[in-house]
Design a protein around this ligand. Structure first.
Ligand SMILES: [Zn+2]
Length: 397
């Protein structure tokens, strides 16, 4: 159980985890492929040690050197940076950044204005559904709208997910290119003081927004119910602020106030009032053609930390590293399995190393499947990379 995890024991457990469980070989193959055509040693790694000593610009030449560094320094946290023009080092880190995977960081703390079950670092199965929606929407958009094929999803170890896109075209994207993709995927705008954060206009909806809404619709009623989005008078008040038209807002308020506090019941009544209002008030509806969709998006659409995506050399926690606060492994998972992802089935350093724990067998098996999925991902990436080099070589003949 996670409750048995003790951060103070991490220094004793990590050397064994790194030698026995961390998939060093395939990890180095993944990084090498992501570095191509530059050598593995041009990639920056960073270690955070037991006493919070933060070491940047670590470089390794092969898997043997990585394992030696693991055993010597025993990093409590392992992050991955960019590929530099030259081997990065503390002495010369002003070298030019050449490439890095396009990355996304989605964290439940960015959902605190909509999630009601947990706050800050806490996370449960109910709020995890926000991550499932985010993963499904972004995964399909990256593949269908941008044509990316090598999209790796990783559990952050505590309250979020990371996405690493290893396609060559993604790795060499410059900062404006990364920013453009991040902006394309961002629909929720505005800070704390802005009530309504989604504006879809009144033209036909872009196909990617329609598709995102199709995903949201699968989970919306469940999430609405569990999070009780409009279940208290305070939340109802916040919800009413999303309606821009005074007359409609008053009508909705009157109807909803009389109802019991069930969010689903209130939502269905809101949609009914909205529908009849729109039939009677054609002109006024121009501003609110997609009000229902806008509210669904505001509640459930992915909230991205776009600075992580835009930044070329932003460090991001490595797949298969241990989250020092939870002891959980940052396992990789398939986007189509996100909906089956269970937080208590994620292997922890403790459950892997101590076979007397109740979860040991299950967690060991889950670790094996995660490594297997990672291997398949890397094999397919290596194949694509070999093809790309062959095509490039024949072009240069
Ligand atoms: Zn929760």
């Amino acid at each position: 159980m996670v409750g048995q995890y003790d951060e103070n024991l991490l220094s004793d457990m990590l050397p064994l985890y790194y030698s026995k469980y961390f998939p060093v070989k395939i990890f180095c193959r993944w990084l090498s492929c992501g570095n191509s055509p530059y050598p593995l040693c041009n990639r920056e790694l960073s270690f955070t040690l037991a006493d919070d000593v933060y070491l940047r610009y670590i470089s390794i030449s092969d898997q043997k050197e990585l394992q030696t560094q693991f055993q010597k320094k025993c990093p409590h946290k392992l992050d991955i940076g960019a590929v530099y023009f030259a081997k990065p080092s503390i002495a010369r880190h002003d070298s030019v950044v050449l490439a890095r995977e396009l990355v996304f960081d989605i964290d439940l703390t960015d959902y605190d204005e909509v999630r009601t079950c947990c706050k800050e670092a806490k996370v449960c199965e109910k709020c995890w559904k926000f991550m499932v929606v985010a993963c499904e929407i972004i995964d399909i958009s990256l593949k269908a709208d941008f044509g990316f094929q090598h999209v790796l999803w990783v559990f952050s170890g505590r309250r979020g997910i990371h996405c690493w896109i290893s396609d060559y075209e993604a790795r060499i994207l410059d900062t404006p290119g990364r920013g453009a993709i991040a902006d394309y995927l961002c629909l929720i705008m505005g800070g704390e003081n802005q009530s309504k954060k989604v504006h879809l206009g009144n033209d036909n909806l872009h196909s990617s927004i329609r598709r995102a809404l199709d995903v949201i619709d699968i989970y919306f009623e469940d999430i609405l119910n569990e999070q009780e989005f409009i279940g208290s008078s305070d939340r109802l008040k916040a919800f009413l602020k999303l309606i821009p038209d005074d007359t409609l807002r008053n009508q909705v308020e009157k109807r909803l106030e009389k109802l019991p506090e069930s969010s689903l019941e209130r939502w269905k009544n809101f949609v009914a009032v909205y529908d009849s209002f729109s039939r009677e008030n054609g002109y006024a509806m121009r501003k609110m053609k997609y009000l229902v969709e806008e509210i669904k998006i505001q509640y459930c659409y992915p909230r991205l930390d776009i600075n992580v995506t835009k930044g070329f050399n932003h460090l991001l926690k490595s797949p298969f590293s241990i989250h020092p606060k939870t002891g959980k492994v940052s396992i990789v998972f398939k986007a189509q399995n996100a909906k089956n992802f269970k937080l208590d089935e994620v292997p922890t350093i403790h459950s892997l190393l101590d076979d007397s724990t109740a979860e040991s067998v299950e967690h060991n098996n889950n670790m094996k499947s995660a490594v297997k999925h990672f291997q398949e991902f890397v094999f397919s990436l290596e194949k694509a990379e070999a093809m790309r080099r062959k095509t490039d070589a024949s072009k240069n003949l």
